[in-house]
Design a binder for this molecule. Structure first.
Ligand code: ADP
Ligand code: ZN
Length: 626
């Protein structure tokens, strides 16, 4: 019910079309099976009976077809004449002996009126339809399939399948809408691309000296770091058209469609030259061919699309003024052929911004936002390590929405804090009401995290037992003070200890445990395993890689184990278990040492639901080391 209210009252349009086509087809089929055009009732009789009736003088009129004879009885003809209708409503049909030469004589002898019809008379139309309908049906079916395969937003006409689905923004009147002023915090990448603008603006300067203008530039970076934005800014600065397409749009069910689209894309680009082709998610079709060869025959469509891409890139001269900018967050899976000179030979890494970068991005996005006087954007920049441009844009917008909702004149610092919490922990769920027992468990659990966290892994900002987001019943907010690029061994263990402190508090206080710690346990185990298999921190196993990193730019992508012997696998399990156990014991020890403080804090949290700022710090300053 709610989904309907949320603004999707109609099913997607394409489904509708598919449905309609089938109704029409069904109607056609029904019509062809029931010859409703032949109104009079017909009775099938044996041929011998027909000949007898002729001899007995009962037959008035005969229509001879090639393999069918239709006839009317004299009495029916007479009654038809009386009622002044053209034809009697009753007739008889029979199947003659093949080529019965005696029939004309017999009819003449008995003075029966007869005529000969070519073929089957009335039924010929159905014979024709019978031929036409199956291919017609097939075509419709194909069209429908193609439609569906292309999904929403696809070209709805199957004959258009080979057309590229690129969106074109024309360069004049700055339709692209972005310039370098809109891009902040990724200065190295920006500097690289500033040169490209110059290529596009003054190609003669380079060609005169015989220099070749690069054809392809590959932007590599995590999602949301501003790769699309950067490419658009290049087009905007140079004032050239921007053709944007996503790599996944080339991959279709039918082999060859992707290749045709690539061809079409390049043709389009040559006509608009000088211009920029931007291909997002390049890895969708440009995956290494070796890696996909494991399955029978590989993936033909992807391979053909990639080959076409390579051919097209080789095919045009660098001086045509078409520059291709590709973007990917999985550079390691790209086919090596794509990275050779003359193709995407320039690779630009678009990094996550550092604190100064984040400040610059916040400045860009708060340009049109009314801020309160006292807002210090650098504090927000400091509290958002790991955030990319898209996250920061989102943060500013959330804060502005919060202020607008309360009809305030300007956005305040607390709006930013609330927005930040929303982004990190999800929306508050006031409707998720916990019972008293649950609230108590959650309160002690969160205080456990806070006490241990404050002692081993840095300042705690806030604890709350207001449910948030998808599954969080409470949470402890620990924001890093600075950007970190390395994590020391101790810090990893401290983090694991903090993660396990929630569960430990439940054990220390209630002697019983709940399901509430599952997420903590998941993260702790993950971290412990990584420290062994990826960071080589185990004393016993040493610095040996036991995992293959999958992607350096995507969070949450899981690595795969290298093939290790069962002995090593067992050793890994032992090491992980030991790390977890040590951390668990330490967390319990800390909490037992601070048992009174835990009690006091938890009671206060139960009353107030949230502890933060000075109040929280005065508690956490009292934490004693065991
Ligand atoms: P990507 O293509 O890397 O996934 P986008 O370019 O689509 O990321 O970024 C999405 C949005 O995030 C942009 O439209 C812009 O509003 C904001 N953004 C991202 N990076 C930056 C940046 N460096 N400077 C300013 N805004 C940014
Ligand atoms: Zn927890």
């Amino acid at each position: 019910m709610e989904i309907e209210k949320d603004g999707y009252p109609n099913p997607p349009k394409q489904e509708n079309v598919g449905g309609c086509l089938f109704t029409v087809v069904l109607l056609f089929v029904l019509l062809s099976f029931f010859p409703i055009f032949n109104s009079p009732s017909k009775t099938e009789v044996p041929y011998s009976q027909f000949r007898n009736q002729v001899r007995d003088g009962k037959v008035g009129k005969v229509v001879v077809g090639e393999n069918r004879v239709e006839y009317f009885l004299k009495k029916d003809l007479e009654s038809a004449e009386k009622s002044k209708s053209a034809n009697p409503d009753k007739s008889y049909v029979t199947v003659p002996l093949p080529k019965d030469q005696t029939l004309p004589n017999l009819l003449e002898d008995n003075k029966v009126e007869f005529e000969v019809k070519p073929n089957n008379g009335n039924n010929s139309i159905f014979a024709v339809l019978g031929w036409l309908i199956p291919p017609f049906l097939l075509l419709l079916l194909l069209a429908w399939l193609a439609n569906n395969a292309q999904g929403l937003g696809g070209a709805s006409n199957p004959l258009n399948a080979g057309r590229s689905k690129a969106r074109v923004y024309l360069g004049d009147s700055n339709e692209v809408g972005f310039t370098f002023a809109d891009v902040a915090g990724i200065d190295e990448a920006k500097a690289e691309l500033e040169e490209v603008v110059d290529f596009l603006k003054n190609p003669e300067r380079y060609t005169r000296l015989g220099a070749k203008i690069p054809k392809g530039i590959l932007l590599i970076g995590a999602p949301g770091t501003g790769k699309t934005l950067l490419a658009k800014a290049v087009a905007g600065e140079a004032g050239v058209p921007f053709i944007s397409v996503s790599g996944s749009e080339f991959i279709e069910m039918f082999v060859g469609v992707g290749a045709a689209r690539i061809r079409n894309l390049f043709e389009q680009a040559k006509q608009l030259s000088p211009c920029i082709i931007f291909i997002d998610e390049l890895d969708a079709f440009a995956k290494s061919r070796e890696s996909s060869g494991m399955f029978a025959g590989g993936n033909d469509e992807r391979e053909q699309t990639l080959n076409q891409m390579l051919t097209q890139m080789d095919g045009f001269e660098g001086n045509t003024g078409v520059i291709i900018i590709g973007a990917t967050n999985r550079p390691e899976v790209l086919d090596k052929a794509l990275l050779r000179p003359g193709r995407f030979d320039r690779q630009v890494v678009v990094d996550r911004p550092d604190k100064i970068g984040r400040l610059a991005i916040l400045k860009v996005h708060t340009q049109d936002v009314v801020l309160e006087e006292n807002i210090d954007l650098s504090i927000i920049a400091g509290r958002t390590p790991g955030f990319v441009g898209a996250d920061l844009a989102n943060l500013v917008n959330e804060a502005a929405l919060l202020a607008a909702r309360e009809h305030r004149e300007a956005v305040s610092m607390s709006d930013f804090n609330e927005a930040l919490e929303r982004l990190i922990a999800g929306l508050e769920k006031k409707t998720r009401i916990l019972n008293e027992t649950e609230r108590t468990i959650v309160a002690y659990h969160e205080c456990g995290h806070a006490i241990v966290g404050a002692l081993v892994s840095g300042p705690v900002e806030k604890i709350s037992i207001i449910p948030r987001g998808v599954g969080a019943l409470g949470y402890t907010l620990q924001l890093p003070e600075e950007d970190r690029f390395l994590m020391l061994e101790d810090e990893i263990y401290a983090r694991i200890t903090t993660l396990l402190a929630g569960r430990s508090a439940e054990e220390v206080v209630f002697g019983k445990i709940s399901t509430g710690a599952s997420d903590d346990i998941q993260k702790a185990t993950d971290l412990a395993e990584r420290s062994v298999t990826l960071y080589g921190m185990s004393q016993n196993l040493g610095p040996i890689a036991m995992e293959k990193p999958q992607s350096s730019f995507l969070d949450g992508s899981y690595n795969s184990r290298r093939p290790v012997s069962s002995v090593v696998a067992a050793a890994i399990d032992r090491e992980v278990k030991e790390i977890i156990e040590t951390a668990h014991n330490q967390a319990r020890l800390i909490l037992k040492t601070n048992r009174d403080l835990l009690e006091e804090m938890a009671q206060h949290l139960l009353e107030q639901e949230v502890l933060e700022g000075e109040e929280l710090h005065s508690y956490l300053n009292r934490v004693k080391a065991p």
